[in-house]
Design a protein around this ligand. Structure first.
Ligand code: SF4
Ligand code: SF4
Length: 352
């Protein structure tokens, strides 16, 4: 089932999701970035805002139109709702230990990019949890650090959504070509104010998305990355990149698929205590502590671990790459380190 919605139709979609009891999350402009937060209506979406992104660079800017999904990935990903940055596990007090039970939130995600759609699928394979209702937003303009096409994760949404929207603004107006991916999506679309989609609407949406794939300025090298990384464990590039890397862990925090956690115990002055789970990073020195100390003491070892896991050994563990080509790790790296450039440097070496 498909249809064409206007802005009022998009607003009705958000309203219907809220009326069904879901907490609707989507992109909003906050603190000079496109963040993810609760939407109460389509008016909360970042209408007319775009993003300039490059290695170590991210700025929002005013667009010449009023597109609501005219921006690339921001610093946050949907991971924070599926796998929260911090979660209480157990508390202790005068009554002893008590496990912390959280009421599950019935989420609807609106405006999920195809790269993030793929990331949600990969992450849920690991952390599980209930599947949110997903409204995807296909990409018609690649961002400055995007390379999803070369990872097979975009710019078109190929599955994993209830509804997928393709936004278009031209002389015929501001509209969203909407296609249902599930029965629930079709049922909802049927109740929204819109018009039936024509062959022309469908062709325009396809052409806009295909154009985005052609204009994507960045790509992962077209080679067997898993084999490349396994064969290059002693490559001099690891020391070279370590000379630029601050081991800050930003790349792992913004990555929509990095899932590692650590546990922390905290005490309060009343004698109570709490054990919490928090996101951890393989760039932390104590991440690799075994009996006797850390086994990855150098920045080179930690960068190699991150990239080799992400692009290589994820395949062994989960049957897929850990990277979807969203480009967040490139934009939010304070040193501007670009994972595609690092992979290319290895691929250009003698060993493959
Ligand atoms: S690659 Fe960049 S973001 Fe990642 S740890 Fe190094 S400096 Fe930080
Ligand atoms: S490794 Fe970088 S580009 Fe790949 S999914 Fe993670 S943040 Fe996105």
């Amino acid at each position: 089932m498909n249809a064409v919605l206007d802005l009022a139709g998009l607003d009705a979609l958000i309203g219907a999701l809220r009326t069904s009891g879901r907490t609707v999350i989507g992109p909003v402009l906050r603190d000079g970035a496109i963040c993810l937060d609760e939407l109460t209506s389509a008016a909360d979406l970042p209408s007319g805002w775009g993003v300039d992104a490059g290695p170590g660079h991210y700025r929002v800017h005013r667009r010449e139109d009023t597109a609501v999904f005219g921006h690339s990935a921001g610093p946050q990903s949907w991971k924070r709702f599926l796998h929260p940055p911090r979660r209480a596990l157990v508390t202790s007090g005068p009554d002893g230990f008590r496990p912390v039970r959280e009421d599950p939130v019935d989420h609807a995600f609106v405006g999920v990019r195809p790269c993030d759609l793929a990331a949600i699928g990969k992450l849920r394979q690991i952390v599980g949890g209930p599947m949110p209702f997903v409204v995807a937003a296909e990409c018609t303009e690649p961002g400055g650090v995007c390379f999803c096409a070369s990872m097979g994760c975009g710019p078109s949404a190929s599955g994993g959504y209830d509804l997928a929207l393709t936004e278009r603004i031209d002389e015929e107006g501001h509209r969203f070509f909407a296609v249902a991916g599930t029965h629930a999506g079709a049922e909802l679309l049927d109740r929204l104010p819109g018009r039936p989609a024509s062959e022309r609407d469908f062709a325009q949406a396809r052409s806009d998305v295909e154009g985005a794939a052609r204009r994507m300025g960045r790509a992962m090298p077209d080679t067997d990355l898993r084999a490349l990384l396994a064969a290059n464990r002693e490559h001099p590039r690891w020391a070279e990149v370590a000379g630029r890397c601050f081991t800050c862990g930003n790349c792992t925090m913004v990555c929509p698929t990095c899932f590692c956690v650590s546990t922390e115990d905290t005490n309060d002055l009343d004698g109570g205590a709490q054990r919490s789970q928090r996101w951890a990073s393989c760039f932390e020195i104590d991440f690799s502590v075994l009996h006797g100390g850390a086994v990855r003491t150098s920045g080179a070892a930690r960068y190699r671990q991150w990239m080799s896991h992400k692009l290589g050994t994820w395949h062994d563990q989960f049957g897929t790459s850990g990277c979807v080509g969203c480009g967040r790790c490139i934009a939010w790296c304070p040193a501007g380190i670009d994972i595609t450039e690092e992979a290319a440097a290895l691929a250009d070496g003698v060993v493959r």
